[in-house]
Design a protein around this ligand. Structure first.
Ligand SMILES: C[S@@+](CC[C@H](N)C(=O)[O-])C[C@H]1O[C@@H](n2cnc3c(N)ncnc32)[C@H](O)[C@@H]1O
Length: 246
């Protein structure tokens, strides 16, 4: 476990999110935007514990990514674990702060329960239309992932704009750095519910798509990642971005 300060407003932690969150002060961040391990992918334990590269990549994809950690919990322990880290995020967030958490269709009901159990006021979901997905014979494609939107008490909206409820961004394989990379442009759109200089907490940094969007839009960023490989990928990505913008 160690910390890297890239600037006054960007701090990265290597280590377990739950342990690190307990060390952060009360009411220290303006927003939480994160993409935790989904522990999804099937109806039985075997499917859930499969290698994430099989669960979250279309068959036939050859590209290899560093292993993604923490993705094989059963449903009960996953909900309990989410409630624990979401409770810490609630404590660390300022009153009125927005929370945005990525999830898929399988875990949406479980995660909205955990969000509320942790004290957040659930305010809706945003759909991310990925524009492509595995074909499903005789039934609907699972073409969307979701962002659960909640707030710490009464939501302090920083904008009077009416924002969409669906964002369409394809996953561009050549731009992927992490097995489950999210498009930076999507994250930038989601940041519309945070103030222009907000500090954003992301306990599951991955390869730092949220971090890149925060730096590009002038926001602060606090990221945590357990995998040493992904931590170093994130550190290099954000250092490069910082030096380009100086
Ligand atoms: C879904 S990925 C995030 C991907 C990220 N949004 C991106 O676009 O690059 C979740 C990340 O959480 C990390 N992780 C898993 N368990 C963790 C824990 N207990 N503490 C911190 N990070 C953890 C995984 O290694 C993985 O990189």
């Amino acid at each position: 476990m160690f910390t890297v300060h890239l600037s006054d407003s960007v701090t990265l932690f290597h280590g377990d999110a739950l342990r690190i969150l307990t060390t952060l002060p009360d009411a220290g961040v303006d927003a939480v935007l994160t993409d935790p391990p989904y522990s999804s992918g099937g109806t039985c334990m075997g499917a859930r514990q499969a290698d994430p590269s099989q669960k979250y990549q279309q068959s036939g994809t050859k590209r290899q990514y560093p292993p993604m950690l923490g993705d094989a919990k059963d449903q009960h322990s996953w909900i309990m674990w989410c409630t624990l880290w979401l409770s810490e995020c609630w404590r660390i967030a300022r009153d009125g702060a927005p929370l945005m958490v990525f999830t898929d269709w399988r875990q949406l009901p479980a995660l909205t329960d955990a969000v509320q159990a942790a004290g957040w006021s659930w305010r809706g979901i945003v759909a991310w239309d990925k524009r492509s997905s595995r074909p499903q014979l005789g039934r609907f494609r699972q073409q969307c992932e979701y962002i659960i939107f909640a707030s710490k008490g009464r939501f302090a909206a920083p904008t009077r704009a009416c924002l969409p409820g669906v964002y369409a961004y394809p996953v561009i394989a050549a731009q992927k750095i992490h097995l489950t990379s999210k498009p930076v442009a999507l994250i930038e759109d989601l940041l519309a519910v945070t103030a222009p200089q907000a500090s954003v907490l992301d306990p599951f940094m991955g390869a730092a798509s949220v971090g890149e969007a925060c730096i590009r839009t002038g926001r602060g960023y606090v990221g945590v990642e357990l995998s040493r490989e992904y931590f170093e990928i994130s550190r290099a990505r954000l250092e490069t971005l910082h030096s380009e913008r100086r």
